[in-house]
Design a protein around this ligand. Structure first.
Ligand SMILES: Cc1cc2nc3c(=O)[nH]c(=O)nc-3n(C[C@H](O)[C@H](O)[C@H](O)COP(=O)(O)OP(=O)(O)OC[C@H]3O[C@@H](n4cnc5c(N)ncnc54)[C@H](O)[C@@H]3O)c2cc1C
Length: 400
């Protein structure tokens, strides 16, 4: 068996694993990344697109934001539609912070190019990773690299392998507590080759279910529909998707939606998950491997970037002078931010969606909450601070 040595073994080349590898290399720390899928697959995987101000700053500091700064669409507010009317929430006016629309797959492409340019080791198509000795000071991953069995030994392992990855599943029973919640609906998301019908995101609350109009570029629209939890895609031909979007996004009975070829589609379960703690021995978990949120508040990618920034700083401190303080605090500090993201995601999910159990009473309560949001500056500001990530930044700063 071939033996490869590195400082940090990173499992998963999604945004978390790639960014961690890049941030470590900027501090002179070596890593080897092993990824189950092919490079083409991870570069095309359509997922998140709303980057908080803090996420953009991390990518800028890491020197991987040139294209993002050129092509990302900066937003200062969003539209909220309910009861046939439209209201604007001017989050930048309320908080001073903007958001940026830039596809997650573009962030991934930029990071892979940066790793490539720096000669970083990223191995794609490795589908048999198994972890050993993570409680020792020589944790290792065994897998097949370039058709040869290999053992990759590091000082640490970073589990950045997403919700369905192998790292969390490698932990012994009882080593962590899982907190979970499943929603009784899902999102049907499409990517369409058509200029967005709107400059700002539109969140539409409708009696038939929620709809979201988002975008990835001036040519590509991203749209979502609330659907049943196990909805078969076959039940949603193009014409039905567009008709439903037109209905749910209409204002004052008027429909105005640009339609075009659908490039990809998928159904995303709406669920929440948090593991506590996010560490076991020398295995540290980050991003979706440790926690997921429903996509309603667009927090998943942003929480993942925040974890990785904290973890990179903690590894750097250990390599600089052997201090364990930041590594020991990693899980606690990350979880404080994660739970805040969970809470806001749950608030936004219940505000926007129709639940199967809703009666007339719940519908009226939701309307009252929406009215409060668009008529009270105090409520709008509190909401906006969470939406742009300012509340979390404040929480983290208070904890440092
Ligand atoms: C449809 C959809 C829409 C979303 N919208 C938003 C949004 O608007 N804003 C937002 O902030 N977030 C959003 N999210 C969430 C966001 O995409 C995730 O939070 C983000 O991908 C987390 O990054 P990650 O690197 O931690 O995990 P992942 O992106 O899941 O990456 C994990 C990587 O590990 C690899 N892997 C898995 N198992 C193994 C293994 N055994 N061995 C080696 N490699 C492995 C996977 O192939 C993958 O490349 C959305 C998610 C979905 C599904």
């Amino acid at each position: 068996m071939r033996t490869l040595r590195t400082q940090v073994v990173i499992v998963g080349a999604g945004p978390s694993g790639l960014l961690l590898s890049h941030l470590l290399s900027l501090r002179g720390i070596e890593s080897i990344v092993v990824e189950r899928r092919t490079r083409e697959y991870v570069e095309q995987r359509v997922r998140a697109g709303l980057l908080e101000h803090g996420t953009v700053e991390v990518l800028r500091e890491a020197g991987v934001a040139d294209r993002l700064d050129r092509e990302g669409l900066v937003h200062e507010g969003f539209q909220l539609r309910f009861d046939g009317g439209q209201h604007r929430l001017p989050f930048t006016e309320l908080t001073g912070w903007t958001t940026c629309m830039y596809g997650q797959q573009e962030v991934v492409k930029d990071l892979i190019r940066a790793r490539e340019a720096a000669g970083g080791a990223v191995h794609f198509g490795i589908d048999d990773v198994a972890l050993f000795d993570v409680e020792s000071d020589a944790p290792r991953a065994r897998c097949t690299v370039q058709d040869e069995p290999a053992e990759i030994i590091g000082d640490f392992v970073a589990g950045c392998d997403g919700f369905h990855g192998v790292c969390r599943r490698s932990l012994p029973a009882g080593s962590f507590t899982a907190y979970e919640h499943a929603y009784p609906f899902a999102w049907l998301g499409i990517l369409a080759e058509v200029p967005p019908s709107t400059e700002e995101l539109i969140y539409a609350v409708h009696e038939r279910g929620f709809a979201l109009h988002s975008m990835r570029s001036p040519r590509i629209s991203r749209l979502y529909l609330q659907v049943g939890p196990e909805e078969p895609l076959a039940d949603w031909p193009d014409a039905r998707i567009w008709a439903e979007l037109r209905t749910r996004l209409a204002v004052d009975g008027r429909e105005g939606l640009n339609e075009g070829p659908i490039l990809s589609r998928g159904v995303t379960a709406m669920r929440s998950f948090v593991m506590e703690p996010m560490q076991w021995g020398r295995l540290f978990l980050a991003g979706d491997a440790a926690h997921i949120v429903p996509p309603s508040a667009a927090k998943g990618l942003n929480l993942a970037v925040a974890d990785v920034r904290r973890l990179a700083a903690a590894f750097a401190a250990w390599y600089a002078d052997g201090t364990m303080e930041l590594l020991n605090r990693y899980s606690r500090d990350s979880l404080a931010a994660v739970w805040q993201g969970q809470e806001f995601s749950a608030v936004m999910t219940s505000l926007l969606h129709r639940f199967p159990s809703d009666g007339a009473y719940e519908v009226r309560l939701r309307r009252a909450r929406l009215q409060e949001l668009v008529t009270s500056r105090a409520s709008a500001t509190a909401f906006a601070e969470n939406y742009v990530g300012l509340s979390r930044a404040r929480l983290v700063a208070g904890g440092e």
